[in-house]
Ligand binder design. Structure first.
Ligand code: G3I
Length: 300
């Protein structure tokens, strides 16, 4: 196959990208995005501040733009993200305790309702673990009580039973890291107690500070063995070494329940870390990493 999406589909997987609503008018951008990818994640447009800028007033204009573009072009959508310590509107930041807990539930319900039945997977909770030590990150949500994550997942299941419900985080790719073990322990606990969780999103933002580790495959297979799907949700690699991109793809392909890969942007210029040139396209040109990814997918 000659595109990433079609190549990934040979093994029943998807290959996606983050999409920015502000770029849908750029035909060079949409040409690549439409040709190569079959899964779409809105980069910012479904976040808390974007979708509920005032309490109970939901705005989906930009999120709908991306969602419609995806659906019109035959692509599926990953919802990103319902509950996060960042990108919070001011009104939410000023709440605490049971009022905040209720606002969280209402937000999940309001957003999932709007897209009911049309989202492949939701990142229900994003980045809830601390960078070191293996415990939870301090946040307003965390201060409502340890059970906030399971409360979010239960509300999400009730809102849209058709969507896969994911926990998504960064720096949980290295199997030996305390953070990875902390998330693994939570997912194992959720599965054992029947808390509704279907998938784990490994963001996979790799750079010199958090490099790719060859134990990534162990991480993927270990999560999968708990009975959840695993998705690589925000892949980008500093300087885009072809070999590392191929290794990541091969790690996913090696695990049946690794269901797809999303890169965090189309071209280097679209990246949140554009100076790292971490993506698969430079302008309209395919980079060596693109060929490495395509070849790995086609060899599966
Ligand atoms: O849209 C405004 C614009 O009007 C304003 O002029 C400009 C000035 O700063 O800001 C623009 O908004 C920025 C937005 O990106 C769009 O470019 C926000 O300030 C900025 O915070 C936001 O950054 C995003 C970041 O998440 C925070 O939400 C990045 O684009 C996005 O790539 C990044 O994505 C995250 C994932 O959601 C979660 N995992 C990590 C990943 C990378 O940080």
């Amino acid at each position: 196959e000659s595109t990433l999406g079609a190549a990934a589909a040979q093994s029943g997987r998807y290959f996606g990208t983050a999409i920015s609503a502000g770029k849908l008018g750029d035909s060079a951008y949409t040409t690549i995005a439409n040709r190569e990818f079959d899964m779409v994640t809105p980069e910012n447009e479904m976040k808390l501040d974007a979708t509920e800028p005032a309490r109970g007033q939901f705005t989906f204009t930009n999120a709908d733009r991306i969602h419609s573009w995806a659906v019109q072009n035959g692509k599926r959508v990953r919802g990103h993200t319902l509950v996060w310590h960042a990108a919070q509107p001011g009104w939410l930041q000023s709440l605490s305790g049971s009022a905040l807990r209720q606002a969280m539930i209402d937000h999940i319900t309001g957003v999932m309702d709007h897209y009911k039945g049309t989202i492949y997977a939701w990142d229900v909770v994003n980045e809830a673990f601390a960078d070191s030590g293996g415990g939870r990150r301090d946040s307003n949500f965390q201060r409502t009580g340890d059970d906030w994550i399971e409360a979010a997942f239960r509300a999400a299941r009730a809102a849209d039973p058709a969507a896969k419900l994911c926990y998504n985080d960064y720096n949980i790719d290295n199997w030996t890291a305390a953070k990875t073990q902390g998330v693994y322990t939570m997912v194992r606990d959720f599965k054992s107690r029947g808390v509704p969780i279907d998938c784990v999103g490994l963001q996979a933002h790799f750079n010199s500070g958090s490099p790719y580790n060859s134990n990534f495959r162990t991480t993927i297979s270990s999560f999968a063995a708990l009975g959840v799907d695993v998705q690589i949700t925000e892949l980008d690699i500093q300087l885009a070494p072809a070999q590392t991109y191929a290794a990541v793809v091969n790690d996913c392909l090696a695990v049946a329940r690794c269901t797809g890969i999303t890169v965090w942007g189309v071209r280097d210029q679209d990246s949140w870390r554009s100076s790292d040139t971490p993506l698969l396209f430079s302008g309209s040109n395919k980079k060596p990493a693109y060929d490495a990814v395509l070849n790995a997918l086609n060899a599966a």
